[in-house]
Design a protein around this ligand. Structure first.
Ligand SMILES: [Cu+2]
Length: 323
């Protein structure tokens, strides 16, 4: 279809028919494509740089303690920068058009329909952008969910309403044995002690409903299923010693919000001492004290059921029995 002739100035028709103009447009499109490729190269360069710190991580949680967490963070920052670059370019075009083609009279500006280089550009450019984003996302995702044959430490995470048990295993899978265990109770927050500089495999199973194992500083959570499904993930190392709160991230019942634990990251030597003490039959608290760690959780505290205040029958002798 040809544009309605009444809308098109003769000069516009001449313009689009001129071979010199087509060459100029071709050069312009080439320049724009070059700009797009340059942007993609910039994205590659910026991956890994900590530009995000200046912008509060663009809303992404900062302070990850695993290489995987840092890679996800970098991907997010690079994506935000790419999105901003595209955004600024588009805003620029809009404002340029608003000023350049503001109404000057009743005459219509040049109508550029069926401009092949331009249509080619705005079809190819988004595909290129999405491909680059997809490429890096696929790389990071593959990296984050990768599991290995022989991780240094294997922990079985057992979730139940409404607490956690952490079993230190001598191998992988259901065939392996538990060599030491940490069990959370209503009075004591379970502390998962793990070493720095070693790869760690988490094998998850639930005793009742679906829970979700989440340490915010790992920037990673994975559902814990009951039954035969055993969700597994690994971190190549924990980089920073310290105490980190862990949570259940799947609504699992009345006390879901209080289903906390603590991840305590210590040096490999102290981890070995802790495990030896546990294997010798010491309590988690004694074993923690033995390696110079706080025996109880420092990042969270046991939940209060408030059964006394919520008791419908406070005078009954049996009513308070379940405190
Ligand atoms: Cu839960």
């Amino acid at each position: 279809m040809v544009a309605r002739s009444s809308e098109v100035r003769p000069s516009a028709v001449r313009h689009s028919a001129s071979p010199g103009a087509a060459r100029r447009r071709g050069r312009g499109a080439g320049r724009l494509a070059g700009l797009g490729l340059g942007g993609a190269a910039l994205l590659v360069l910026l991956t890994g740089c900590d530009v995000g710190a200046a912008f509060g991580g663009f809303g992404w949680p900062q302070g990850g303690i695993t290489p995987e967490a840092n890679r996800m963070y970098d991907l997010w920052i690079a994506s935000c920068i790419a999105a901003l670059a595209v955004g600024v370019f588009v805003w620029g075009l809009i404002f340029w058009c608003v000023v350049r083609y503001r109404r000057r009279g009743d005459e219509l500006p040049v109508q550029t329909r069926y401009n092949l280089p331009m249509e080619f550009l705005y079809t190819i450019a988004p595909i290129l952008i999405v491909s680059v984003l997809f490429y890096y996302t696929a790389i990071v995702q593959t990296d984050v969910v990768r599991t290995t044959k022989n991780p240094d430490v294997t922990v079985e995470v057992v979730a139940f309403k409404w607490n956690w048990q952490f079993n230190y295993r001598d191998g992988q899978g259901t065939e392996a044995n538990t060599v030491a265990s940490v069990l959370g109770t209503s009075e004591v927050i379970p502390i998962l002690v793990l070493p720095t500089d070693r790869s760690i495999r988490f094998e998850e199973t639930s005793r009742d409903v679906i829970h979700s194992f989440w340490v915010p500083e790992m920037l990673f959570k994975r559902d814990v299923f009951p039954g035969k499904i055993r969700n597994v993930f690994e971190v190549s190392e924990l980089q920073t010693e310290g105490a980190y709160v862990g949570r259940c991230a799947e609504l699992c019942g009345s006390y879901h919000a209080f289903m906390n634990f603590e991840l305590r990251v210590v040096s490999p030597e102290r981890y070995d001492q802790f495990l030896a003490a546990k294997r010798a039959g010491q309590s988690t608290q004694d074993a923690l004290t033995a390696i110079g760690e706080e025996p109880y959780a420092t990042t969270t505290r046991p939940f209060e059921t408030r059964r006394d205040t919520a008791n419908f029958n406070p005078d009954s002798a049996s009513a308070g029995a379940g405190n």
